[in-house]
Design a protein around this ligand. Sequence first.
Ligand code: SF4
Ligand code: SF4
Length: 135
Amino acid sequence: MAKPAAHNARHPEAVPEGFVCLGCGGCCRIPGEVKVGNREIARFAHYLRMSKDAFIQKYTRLRQDRHGLALLDGEGDRCIFLDQQNRCAINPVKPDQCRSFPFAWNYPGYQRICRGARARSPGAKPPPPEPDRRP
Ligand code: SF4
Ligand code: SF4
């Protein structure tokens, strides 16, 4: 998962050893955009049993740089697919950008929003147990 393409970094910060995503949804609630390509859109549309055109109409907008599409935002900076229980409605087919966070890209200080990274940072106390609420 992960949303903030606006913060995309060429040289991501190191990810703590043993990192495990704890499904906190932090990376789905910050400013930025989730860029999506044609093949991904076909994947999402198939998963949601709708046509590509319908998906584009309902869930996407033009990217800020106007070079392709991004997912719409929901309330505030939340991704439109993040539900109130912090579950991603398209988790099994989620965007490549989301899959690759925080390993392929992140940004300085990303640990502040990433519970998984904080849990594995040096000196961190283990977080209280939290069930994985993702489908
Ligand atoms: S598509 Fe899913 S994983 Fe990606 S930002 Fe939205 S809610 Fe998060
Ligand atoms: S633990 Fe990190 S990667 Fe996983 S959902 Fe939270 S912010 Fe995103």
